[in-house]
Design a protein. Structure first.
Length: 440
């Protein structure tokens, strides 16, 4: 019985520790990618690309077909034993195997194989791009959650301070040291801080909902995220956006996928051009048949007829396209216009990538300085607010001035928190552009 109780308590402890697990940003990103519908759809599309490539490769191989049929004839037929026409029913059954292979088709099939291979490689890059996009969007929301976790803590601290000040001033009013307007002013401040805390809690709940939705997290489970880490000051980086951009062109999935799209479209044009040229094919096969007059007389056995009636054939076929309703010409023109579209889309992607890198470098450099100054400003405001607390107790400043000091301190603390988290976000993005993985 004692062992059973110990086991129950041990399992309960494990369950509670699992429920209280605080998810880090990497864990949230990994979970979001593993459960992303974008990833699942892209993997299905990649499987289609793979089958298309297999089909294209198969088009280069010889085809092999087997056929058979059975026919009943009624009326006059030639008796192959007497070579006389007789009026009777006849059973005819033939068998054949044939094969053909294209010797030349304007290299259309070779181009199709290359096109499908490029599409498959493009799909792999698109899959990685989707994973990175989901991971980054999850990271953004995660930092929003951390931001509102921080604002809730700061709002709670300010509410505690306002409650303590209100309690203190009420006691001082009872002793005749403060007036009723002072009490009313601090009551209003306490109510305002309570409203602010409630608002920040509601915003935190909304961001939690967004994070769970982005992660495709079970709706019946709670998600607890880790608090934001303390960020030490890092000196301003001397990064060159153009150098990062040049290196990023060799490994960014978005860029590589656009390159494969352009190459694939060029192969599509080659396929369309190949359809204008003659197609030369080699074919051959073997046929045999069995026949029987349904007049009740004896007939040559089935196996003997199959051996006797065998015939073989081999030949060349040349098919020259002349006119088929403008389908080849319109297909070629569409492919050329599609190439113009994807080339311009690629230029837009390259411009977008460079612009994002340039802005990220500027953000990281700027936020590094901002965070350093924000920390100093926060420390100065804390000292100033402590001085104002003493001044108010001594009657040197009004309750309104004390409230203003408290609000200013809260504002600079929130701005420091925001700068901290935004710096972390932009730093992770910059490292990604420099070749690092989006998440561990």
């Amino acid at each position: 019985m004692k062992k059973l109780i110990v086991i129950v308590f041990w399992m309960s402890g494990l369950l509670m520790s699992a429920q209280e697990k605080a998810w880090t940003v990497d864990e949230c990103m990994r979970y979001a990618v593993e459960n992303s519908t974008l990833r699942i759809k892209q993997e299905a599309q990649n499987e289609i690309y793979k089958q298309n490539q297999l089909e294209a490769v198969g088009g280069l191989l010889p085809s092999l077909n087997a056929s058979t049929d059975g026919t009943m004839y009624y009326g006059r037929v030639l008796d192959k034993n007497t070579y006389k026409y007789v009026n009777t029913n006849t059973l005819y059954n033939d068998y054949g195997i044939n094969s053909s292979v294209a010797l030349f088709d304007g290299f259309a099939q070779f181009s199709r194989v290359k096109m499908e291979k490029l599409n498959r490689l493009k799909g792999l890059q698109q899959l990685q791009e989707n994973k990175d996009r989901v991971a980054y969007e999850t990271m953004e929301i995660f930092f929003n959650v951390q931001y509102y976790q921080g604002t809730v803590k700061l709002a709670a601290q300010q509410l505690d301070e306002s409650t303590a000040n209100l309690k203190r001033v009420k006691r001082m009013e009872e002793l005749g040291m403060k007036s009723i307007p002072d009490v009313a002013e601090l009551q209003a401040k306490e109510a305002e801080d309570r409203y602010l805390l409630t608002k920040q809690k509601n915003l935190l709940v909304q961001e939690h909902i967004r994070l769970k939705a982005k992660m495709n997290f079970p709706v019946n489970r709670d998600l607890k995220t880790a608090d934001s880490d303390t960020l030490l000051h890092i000196d301003t980086l001397e990064e060159n956006a153009f150098e990062i951009y040049q290196k990023a062109l060799t490994y960014l999935p978005k860029v590589l996928a656009s390159n494969k799209t352009v190459e694939s479209t060029k192969m599509e044009i080659n396929v369309a051009k190949g359809l204008f040229l003659p197609k030369l094919s080699l074919y051959g096969g073997i046929n045999t048949y069995f026949t029987k007059l349904m007049d009740g007389k004896t007939y040559t056995p089935f196996k003997e007829q199959l051996n006797t009636n065998q015939n073989y054939y081999v030949g060349l076929s040349l098919n020259t396209p002349i006119f088929n309703g403008f389908s080849r010409s319109t297909n070629l023109k569409r492919s050329k216009q599609q190439l113009i579209i994807v080339q311009n889309e690629r230029e837009e992607i390259l411009r977008e990538v460079y612009s994002d890198i340039e802005k990220t470098v500027a953000d990281v450099n700027g936020l590094s300085d901002e965070y350093a100054h924000a920390g100093k400003r926060t420390e100065s405001m804390k000292i100033a607010h402590q001085v104002n607390q003493r001044k108010y107790t001594e009657g040197l400043i009004s309750a309104l001035e004390l409230n203003t000091s408290s609000n200013r301190l809260l504002q600079v603390q929130i701005e420091e928190l925001y700068t901290n988290l935004k710096y972390q976000l932009k730093m992770k993005l910059l490292n990604y552009y420099k070749g690092a993985s989006m998440f561990n």
